[in-house]
Write a protein that binds this ligand. Structure first.
Ligand code: SAH
Length: 358
């Protein structure tokens, strides 16, 4: 049996069925066998592709967003640029390239902080960003990033944070748990909970059989970001797929080789994600003292930042084949992906709305 499945089986035998969050945390982040620990999952040869891997335009526009945001913060120097889950470092390289062209005084003031747990991806980031001076600092957790005015970027990060799932039954709420089942795993339900679970804000009526998800790690992180922004000034841009309004539904999914996969079939060998509940994150950041700008579609956000003009400029210098690729990338970033993916901004109170949100 594969390493992680074996580990999970022993854990369940010792302590009983695991919460979905514990399962997800081990599957993705186990220090020896976790999915992200053991591989670079991005790109055609991997399991999935992300916006910065589709086109440089994505990171370039976010680089210009950072410059405008930094100026509206009063151009502090130094300023921390923090990326959560930087993957291969592609997004950050494109951000820095565009920002340096537009405002070298911004890149001169930058101190780069990368929050990443995967040793494999840290190595990829170090390679992609090898010319950055001063060299980036890596952290396992956002809370370890040093103090100071900051800009935080997270693309497809919150969807990887573990969720707990609760199901409404005739006897009240029960938690969905993962148990062993022969050679594999299966979902079971806990006994009815004595107290209702922490339900997302604004969740309407819940019917028997409905499932709701909560990401304690996501909420803690949103509160930590909100608190830091309120205390030292700055802004955060969170991009992910999910819902603007909290809703019921089981959104846990696994992807392997660019196709859907059973969520319990190959722990540690498939990516696991859940939709991001932006309303819940926004509420946590707001309670911590930050200003929250409601999520908008990624497509509308990128167009508002000038995607059309950037694509036209690139196409002007491109071969016909490259021009077709650029047009296709724009359509991909703004089409169905541009609806499904949302962008939320959080800032210290008192700043003008961030670019794209004005
Ligand atoms: N932002 C990149 C990569 C997205 S994949 C892109 O858009 O291409 C998710 C990233 O988050 C990976 O770098 C993964 O290793 C990292 N990650 C996942 N869970 C994490 C956690 N709990 N703490 C820190 N990094 C994590």
């Amino acid at each position: 049996m594969a390493g992680l499945a074996d580990h999970l089986r022993r854990r369940i035998e010792a302590q009983g069925p695991l919460s979905v969050a514990d399962y997800m945390e081990d599957a993705l982040g186990h220090p020896r066998y976790g999915y992200y620990t053991t591989r670079d999952p991005l790109g055609a040869a991997g399991d999935f592709i992300t916006a910065p891997e589709i086109s440089q335009m994505f990171g370039e526009l976010i680089g210009l967003w950072c410059v405008v945001q930094w100026r509206s913060m009063g151009a502090p120097a130094p300023v921390l640029l923090v990326e959560l889950g930087p993957g291969r470092g592609t997004l950050m390289a494109d951000i820095l390239g565009a920002a340096d062209g537009a405002a070298p005084e911004f890149t001169a003031a930058l101190r780069l902080h990368l929050v990443e747990t995967s040793p494999t991806l840290r190595a990829a980031q170090a390679k992609t960003l090898s010319t950055v001076r001063p060299a980036p600092a890596w952290h396992g957790r956002f809370e370890e990033v040093s103090d100071g005015p900051l800009i935080v970027i997270a693309n497809e990060f919150f969807d990887a944070l573990p969720v707990r799932q609760f199901e409404r039954s005739g006897q009240g709420w029960r938690e969905r748990l993962v148990d062993v089942d022969g050679d594999g795993f299966r979902f079971v339900l806990s006994a009815p909970l004595e107290a209702p679970p922490p339900l997302p804000p604004g969740l309407g009526r819940v019917a028997e059989g409905d499932v709701t998800e909560v990401s304690p790690a996501g909420l803690d992180l949103a509160a930590a970001i909100g608190g830091r922004l309120a205390a030292t000034g700055g802004a955060a841009l969170i991009i992910d797929y999910g819902h603007g309004q909290s809703a019921v539904g089981d959104t846990l999914q696994a992807v392997k080789g660019h196709a859907y996969h059973g969520v319990l079939d190959s722990p540690g060998e498939a990516d696991l994600t859940a939709h991001v509940d932006f309303a819940a994150l926004g509420q946590a950041a707001g309670h911590a003292g930050a200003a929250v700008f409601d999520p908008m579609g990624q497509g509308a956000f990128l167009e508002a930042l000038g995607l059309g003009a950037r694509a036209a400029a690139l196409i002007g210098q491109a071969t016909p084949d490259q021009a077709r690729e650029i047009a296709a990338a724009r359509a991909r970033l703004t089409g169905s992906m541009g609806e499904m993916f949302k962008v939320m901004a959080i800032s210290s109170p008192g700043l003008p709305p961030p670019p794209g949100f004005d």
